[in-house]
Ligand binder design. Structure first.
Ligand code: GLT
Ligand code: MN
Ligand code: MN
Length: 412
């Protein structure tokens, strides 16, 4: 193949995108509770060892492009759209007004708002720092996010306390820091109760998001399980208002099984919001798009969520790779991520309805013939053949993933 002139590259990408086929219409995409973060589309590819590879984009463009794709919900950090120095001031409310106009114009809803408590220098010692001034400022920022959330019509607020921790031990006393962090959440919940009453709206659902490493070296709430313990620790004044926003990759990062982490959130009644993406175990937060690394695991995750009637949002918290261009973000990254999600979601429905899977699981639950239930050897013998079904079910789910259940074969 000849070198591709710069002028022709975008056309080539568009043509191959079309050739991929299998895209859902924007109308179909809008039927799912999928949200697109401002920060994901606006991510410029920068990192500690990486210069940006893309130009900045503002909320107008992101909302407009999400609308064209068929992403029905938009989410944001306060600081993604409001300069830190304008927080809580008149300028903030002017920006919020123009966001409202833009959402209305493009037919999107804001489903979630989140406070940035990790980027600015003020958070160097975390939002629950020793200095009461920092903590008062943190309370101000989360209260302000609650105000913005209600103004934009959001249902959820998310908190990612990734800077709650330290690099060096000694100065930070962990129990004290956790108490101080709880105070910030309490401030948010108390403000929420007030504003919701005034505006005659339901209070927001406040969701904690864990990540096991980054940006602190040691993190005080590193997993969703740690957060469940924190919610029921007695430190929160309104634990019923606080739940979880697990992120698929963040559970993988510490070596956990995302499905099991979600199960623990489900049985606690705290699975309220879900960040969807993909990546690798025991690596940094690579935020790859859903299904590009672990499609089979994702299929199983969605079977679980469908069978538990999860109705919360699926938030596309992933970072388009640095190799993708500005136009590629909206032409390739987001539509393909949405379409893989929908495909996996619908496929999960097929798994649930599959006669072979159903019969195998029913048989496993029926068990073997009655034997003495105090006799381990007899019980094992009574189930010897039946238990092969575990592997058979896994194989069947793989067949559904690759379409082999419909007779599709893969050979020359
Ligand atoms: C940050 C983090 C994400 C969180 C965002 C919400 S911030 O990008 O890595 O996983 O969801 O604050
Ligand atoms: Mn996330
Ligand atoms: Mn992440």
């Amino acid at each position: 193949m000849k070198p591709v002139p710069v002028k022709k590259q975008q056309v080539l990408v568009d043509r191959l995108m079309k050739a991929c086929g299998g895209a859902y219409s924007p109308k179909t995409r809008r039927k799912y509770f999928i949200s697109g973060p401002q920060w994901a589309a606006a991510y410029q590819g920068q990192a500690l060892f990486h210069a940006p590879t893309r130009q900045p984009v503002g909320f107008e463009e992101v909302i407009g492009e999400y609308s064209k794709i068929g992403i029905g919900h938009w989410v944001t950090h306060d600081s993604d759209v409001i300069p830190t120095e304008a927080m809580g001031k008149d300028e903030q409310w002017q920006i919020v007004e123009s966001i409202k106009k833009s959402l209305k114009k493009h037919g999107l809803e804001c489903s979630m708002v989140t406070t940035e408590t990790f980027f600015h220098a003020v958070w160097a010692a975390s939002p629950a720092a020793e200095s009461p001034q920092v903590r008062e400022y943190a309370a101000h920022r989360v209260r302000n996010t609650v105000d913005i959330g209600h103004e934009l019509g959001a249902q959820f607020a998310v908190y990612w306390p990734g800077s709650l921790g330290y690099y060096t031990q000694g100065a930070v006393e962990e129990t004290e820091t956790l108490r101080w962090y709880a105070e910030a959440l309490n401030a948010a919940c108390e403000r929420d109760i007030e504003v919701a009453r005034k505006k005659k709206r339901a209070p927001l659902k406040h969701c904690l998001e864990a990540k096991p490493f980054e940006p602190q070296a040691e993190i005080l709430l590193p997993t969703s399980d740690a957060m469940l313990a924190f919610i029921s620790s007695g430190l929160l004044s309104h634990p019923e208002m606080v739940g979880l926003n697990p992120e698929y990759l963040h559970e993988l990062m510490w070596g956990g099984a995302p499905r099991a982490a979600l199960a623990r959130a489900l049985v606690a009644g705290k699975l309220w919001h879900f960040d969807i993406n993909d990546g690798y175990r025991l690596k940094h937060d690579v935020d790859i798009a859903i299904g590009l690394v672990n499609p089979l695991d994702w299929l199983n995750v969605l079977v679980m969520l469908r069978s538990h009637n999860y109705k919360g949002p699926f938030n596309l918290d992933y970072k388009p790779p640095r190799t993708t261009s500005n136009s590629g973000v909206f032409a390739v990254s987001f539509p393909t991520a949405v379409d893989r999600f929908i495909t996996l979601w619908e496929m999960a429905g097929e798994v649930m309805e599959d006669k072979i899977v159903q019969e195998a699981i029913a048989a496993l639950k029926a068990g073997g013939p009655p034997v003495d239930t105090h006799d381990a050897d007899a019980i094992a013998a009574a189930h010897r053949e039946l238990l092969t079904l575990h592997e058979l079910v896994a194989h069947r789910i793989f067949q559904i993933l690759v379409g082999a259940h419909r007779g599709r074969t893969y050979s020359a």
